[in-house]
Write a protein that binds this ligand. Structure first.
Ligand SMILES: [Zn+2]
Length: 466
């Protein structure tokens, strides 16, 4: 009998093992077997017993001689509600939260809620110029309030990092309100020593892969992270953790960092320059960005070098090649090599779709054979790294590639070897502000970590001597 009980018991758990919270599961009829009858019976018994026992126990606890409670019904006159000023009480609203997944578009998200593109248009119109609707990012959240028949009553979205907006569409006209959120930045210090890889060391220090990439980005003009890293290299990074309404929201930016590579110390401090943009500077106030990207596209191979004379593949005669050809799949974004102004955008003979950017009085860069242009007009300012167009093979080209030229006083120079101008250092007034407001406090924290690490190492050394 015990074995039989065990068997039915194990059958019970076998069935449980297949349970899942799938939508179709609800369609299966519930089968009442003996096990369930016993459980249900026991539960029922407990309910009945507690209903009987609790009042009896409460009665027994009552002190003898205490004044009996008198219950009376007193009629209360309710104040008259003015329907103009008081909105009827609505049951707690059921806002559905949706998180943007990689690759999703706004219309995917709206359609996922059973909404139409007209609803999306109403939301965009009602939200005004909200960034949430113009630049959606994975991880970003929208909340929807839906009525009967999937009508859109409201949308909530992040207006910016510090405020959340509610757009009501259930009134006579759309109503947009914003509520500020409590945003806190808490600085976080991580220190790592490379024993096999940068990612390994960073992971041991509790840093995410995204933060490692930020660190590599900050130092990319000083350290070649593919070739130069050695065992024993170490780094200390101070970065922001961002909390919203008391809850951790995301990793912020690097505030300060120190990287010891092959014994040489590199530093980076984030500073808001006079133009209002944040960028990184070394302890001495030298910008860590290069003034030009050496290569303005993610290329697969160099298909043709700069040369004074080569056989032209289409024209079939000797001709100088005054640029470098970077082969890349059609549609690969092409980036502005430096800050500047668009001087030309259009069709130019063999160059096909062609863009020229003027960077300063003497230097310009040129980009040919684009399949199409980015949203760009002549006279527009572009910043280093911004997308200006896409790789193609318009004009005289045998395959998709970027033809890139670096021009000094309108004469082409080899982009691979030309000496790139150094970026402008901070002017004196800015430098003083940078040193006192950024370097001084952050350097104190970086060195504090350094000395505590050295102390810990020294201690472990003396222990191993024992
Ligand atoms: Zn070329």
């Amino acid at each position: 009998m015990r074995r039989k009980a065990q068997r039915s018991h194990s059958h019970f758990y076998d069935r449980c093992a297949h349970w899942s919270f799938s939508r179709t599961a609800g369609a299966e009829p519930i089968r009442w077997n003996r096990e369930r009858w016993i459980l249900a019976g026991t539960a029922f018994l407990i309910v009945v017993l507690s209903a009987l026992v609790i009042p009896a126990w409460a009665g027994a606890m009552k002190k003898p001689g205490s004044v009996p409670l008198v219950h009376a019904v007193v009629p209360l006159t309710l104040p008259k509600l003015d329907p103009e000023t008081v909105k009827p009480l609505v049951a707690a609203e059921d806002w559905q939260t949706v998180q943007v997944q990689p690759g999703q578009t706004l219309s995917d998200i709206f359609q996922g809620q059973g909404l139409t593109l007209t609803d999306l248009q109403h939301a965009i119109d009602g939200a005004g110029n909200a960034r949430a609707f113009h630049q959606i990012k994975p991880g970003q959240e929208f909340q929807f309030l839906l009525g009967e028949n999937k009508s859109l009553l409201g949308v909530r979205f992040d207006q910016d990092e510090a405020s959340i907006a509610t757009l009501r569409l259930d009134g006579a006209k759309p109503e947009l309100t914003t509520q500020s959120r409590d945003v806190q930045r808490r600085e976080h210090i991580a220190h790592g020593v490379i024993d096999s890889s940068l990612f390994g060391a960073a992971s041991k220090a509790g840093m995410s892969n995204a933060m490692v990439l930020k660190l590599a980005e900050v130092f990319k003009f000083d350290i070649d992270f593919v070739q130069d890293l050695r065992v024993g290299d170490n780094f200390t990074v101070i970065y922001d953790d961002i909390y919203r309404d008391g809850a951790y929201a995301r990793e912020g930016d690097i505030v300060a960092a120190e990287f010891i590579n092959q014994g040489k110390r590199y530093t980076a401090y984030r500073f808001k320059n006079s133009d209002g943009k944040y960028s990184y500077f070394s302890e001495e106030g030298r910008p860590l960005t290069g003034s030009f990207l050496r290569i303005p596209v993610d290329f697969t191979r160099i298909s043709s070098q700069f040369s004074a004379g080569r056989m032209h593949p289409i024209l079939g005669k000797m001709r100088a090649h005054k640029g470098v050809d970077y082969a890349a799949p059609s549609g690969t974004p092409i980036h502005a090599a430096g800050d500047g102004v668009v001087k030309f955008r259009g069709w130019m003979n063999g160059y096909g779709n062609f863009v020229v950017i003027q960077h300063n009085a003497t230097i310009s860069t040129a980009y040919g054979h684009m399949s199409r242009f980015a949203n760009l007009r002549v006279g527009q300012r572009v910043t280093q790294g911004s997308t200006i167009g896409y790789v193609g093979m318009t004009g005289l080209a045998t395959g998709p590639h970027l033809h890139y030229e670096f021009r000094v006083n309108n004469a082409q120079r080899d982009p691979q070897t030309v000496t790139l101008p150094k970026p402008e250092p901070l002017p004196a007034a800015q430098l003083a502000k940078f040193k006192s407001e950024v370097v001084k406090p952050q350097l104190a924290r970086l060195t504090q970590v350094d000395s505590s690490v050295k102390l810990a190492r020294a201690k472990s050394d003396t222990r191993s001597d024992d």
